[in-house]
Design a protein around this ligand. Structure first.
Ligand code: NDP
Length: 279
């Protein structure tokens, strides 16, 4: 069993991005990432802090728009539209979840595809689904990068993805399909989940339940990617029963230190890509 070390890979990615940001600066282009936060969800605060720290490390300038929880829909949309029109802003990140009462889809629609560094826009999602170049959601993109940098091939492999959310499961399945894997997507209505998982050469879990993936669900020698982030007794853990599953795998991601750091690294990459395209 080998560890898929997301911390190490993410550090490599950041070092590469730092050089690209410096080269953009030499050509007069500053890489600015607008971070829109509405309300005071405490988990969002931690996520934003991590993203901002990573931005600063590579030389990306964060620009904050902090709005109170009671911000009306129209005002939230206007803030995002103003950022969309600002040439200093290369990418726009609206931290989710938004407070109840705000229409998330309508706010996200105000981000133009070229500044959509989260890859959530209908245009980018459609391009991904059509197998065309797209800005792809950071978490599944981070998984692909982690596999690629560890020379783990996916073409021809049977990949099983558990979860079908728009931000993880679905784009993950599409990326794997675009990379020539044979893909099975499982969800809460799937019958015979364990047997399907046992067929997987590559198993990606994005459910959000601790110890969801147990040893009897994993084929000997499979690659297991744990996207889940759960908190048990104050400690972070993934979806996979790591202690039981790891000995049966060829590669496995730890939680923390697996997919999480890659997600942040891909956000920065999407932002630098956007800046280069804008230049
Ligand atoms: P969602 O809650 O949106 O999706 C969870 C998915 O799991 C759904 O598709 C759901 O199926 C499926 N599911 C739930 N129960 C079962 C079950 N018993 N059997 C099979 N499938 C099931 O979560 P997200 O996709 O947003 O996130 C998933 C996990 O990944 C969470 O722990 C989240 O915190 C983590 N995450 C980690 C990131 C990182 O950087 N590492 C980034 C983003 C998320 P159905 O569609 O039928 O309801």
């Amino acid at each position: 069993m080998k560890l898929l070390d997301g911390k190490l890979c993410a550090a490599e990615v950041r070092a590469e991005l730092k050089a690209r940001v410096a080269s953009l600066a030499a050509r007069g282009k500053r890489v600015g990432l607008a971070v829109v936060r509405i309300g005071d969800d405490p988990a969002s605060e931690i996520y934003i802090r991590n993203k901002v720290r990573a931005c600063e490390e590579v030389g990306i300038a964060p620009l904050f728009r902090l709005l109170p929880a009671g911000t009306p829909q129209r005002m939230a949309e206007d803030v995002v539209k103003a950022l969309a029109a600002d040439p200093e802003v290369c990418g726009i990140l609206v931290q989710l979840p938004l407070p109840a009462g705000l229409d998330e889809a309508r706010i996200l629609q105000c981000i133009p595809a070229e500044k959509d560094v989260d890859g959530f826009s209908a245009e980018n999602f459609g391009r991904l689904a059509a197998g065309r170049p797209a800005t792809v959601a950071c978490t599944p993109q981070g998984v692909m990068e982690l596999l690629r940098r560890n020379c783990i091939p996916v073409a021809g492999k049977h990949a099983v993805v558990i979860g079908r959310s728009n931000i993880v499961g679905r784009p993950m399945a599409l990326l794997l399909l675009n990379a020539d894997a044979t893909v099975t997507v499982c969800h809460s209505k799937t019958r015979g989940l364990a047997a399907l998982c046992r067929e997987a050469d590559l198993l990606v879990s994005a459910v959000g339940t601790p110890n969801f993936v147990t040893a009897d669900m994993v084929k000997e020698g499979a690659v297991v990617v744990d996207v889940g982030i759960n908190r048990v007794g104050g400690k972070l853990c993934g979806d996979v029963d790591f202690a039981q599953v790891a000995p049966h795998t060829s590669w496995i991601t730890p939680v923390p230190g697996g997919v999480g750091p890659m997600t942040v690294a891909m956000l920065l990459k999407n932002c630098v890509d956007a800046a280069e395209r804008q230049l």
